[in-house]
Write a protein that binds this ligand. Structure first.
Ligand code: COA
Length: 345
């Protein structure tokens, strides 16, 4: 057997009345865990290699915890002890490889790896996850199967409680699972589990970060980061701006934003941006947008499609307010990050 594993986590989750998983919380997921953990799982939980989510009972978890403790794995031993005493179902998930997931706890472990910043967006195989993520009512009393929601609402009322449904979605909000170090998130509902929120990032109320997407480091996010989009260090997304998931107008080029860029308020990008690029407020650049490239004297040198400028650094895109043409110039104004704006800690 291959002694190295790909990922590991001791989780506590929620199941519906049929015993199907709705979600799983991993306090301390591990990426590339030490081989001893795998061995201990084989000896105490009957783990047989491969990718498995093992529903362990209290006795098994206690044995698992003791073996982890003897092997000096104190952090994980503590979690196994807590799981042994849990009122909710516990699961021990071991992934030998990054193969396509086959259970809900596996998908949750992968999403945790990204939000814990253990793996960057695009670093994991996430195909097929939608089929394994049930659509769930995320409520003040935790995850509830939609088929059971009405009964639970009635029960709550009869017991003089109000059951608040915060969202109905396949993904929960990230902060109910992990708050990574050094971030501010004004409206926690706007960041989904599976987002990668870099240290030094502030997400304001209008900002949004989807799963498998995020920021490398310091950023002020007041616009939307679509699934798959990664924003480089020092780049800011202005109020209400938009990033497309993939190259607009077809194609599978992933949209990314380089370092020290500014996408202005209500602007949008359908092409990847190179470093130090600015997009004027209100200007939406799609891949096929015809762009007049200007020289230092504002003379048109050539006209190209925006996709030809994808990933090129030091550009300023604007819409000429007199003739409506989309123009591109060299971005001479270095973007100076506002220290006060970016001070998170
Ligand atoms: C595009 C942008 C970066 C240009 O700002 P700038 O580099 O400071 O440029 P200026 O406004 O000083 O303009 C320089 C020159 O270009 C001209 N100009 C600027 N925008 C123009 C436009 N869209 N069409 C025609 N001319 C324009 C100015 O009139 C000025 O002309 P001048 O040399 O004759 O005086 C800025 O307008 C912008 O949109 N910033 C985004 C801000 C934002 O949204 N932040 C997020 C907040 S949440």
């Amino acid at each position: 057997m291959n002694p190295m594993s790909f990922a590991f986590g001791i989780g506590i989750g929620t199941q519906n009345s049929k015993g199907e998983w709705l979600e799983t919380f991993y306090q301390k997921p591990l990426y590339m865990p030490e081989a001893t953990i795998r061995e201990i799982a084989s000896n105490t939980l009957g783990y047989q290699g491969g990718n498995q989510a093992i529903e362990a009972d209290a006795a098994q978890l206690t044995q698992f915890a003791e073996a982890l403790r003897s092997a000096g794995q104190d952090d994980q031993a503590r979690l196994a002890e807590k799981a042994a005493g849990s009122k909710r179902p516990a699961v021990v998930t071991l992934l030998d490889t990054d193969d396509t997931a086959s259970s809900t706890p596996e998908v949750y472990l992968k999403l945790h790896l990204i939000s814990h910043r253990l793996v960057k967006p695009h670093g994991l195989k996430l195909d097929g996850i939608f089929g394994l993520l049930p659509n769930v009512a995320w409520t003040s009393e935790g995850a509830i199967d939609l088929n059971e929601l009405a009964d639970r609402q009635m029960d709550a009322r009869t017991e003089d409680r109000l059951l608040e449904v915060k969202s109905v979605d396949k993904f929960p909000q990230m902060t109910d699972y992990v708050v990574p170090r050094g971030v501010r998130i004004a409206d926690t509902a706007r960041v989904r589990l599976g987002a990668y929120v870099g240290e030094g990032t502030t997400v304001m109320h209008e900002g949004f970060i989807n799963f498998n997407a995020g920021t490398e480091g310091t950023s002020m996010i007041e616009g939307r980061i679509s699934a798959g989009v990664m924003v480089g260090k020092g780049s800011d997304l202005g109020g209400g701006c938009s990033t497309m998931g993939t190259l607009s107008g077809g194609g599978n080029i992933i949209i990314a934003v380089g370092e020290n860029c500014l996408i202005g308020a209500n602007a949008g990008i359908g092409i990847p941006l190179g470093d130090r690029t600015t997009v004027e407020a209100g200007l939406y650049i799609t891949a096929g947008t015809k762009v007049a490239v200007l020289d230092d004297k504002n003379e048109v040198v050539q006209t190209v499609k925006a996709r030809d400028l994808a990933g090129k650094p030091d550009l300023l895109f604007r819409r000429n307010s007199q003739n409506g043409a989309v123009e591109c110039k060299t971005n001479k104004t270095a973007i100076e990050l506002n220290e006060a704006l970016h001070a998170n800690n």
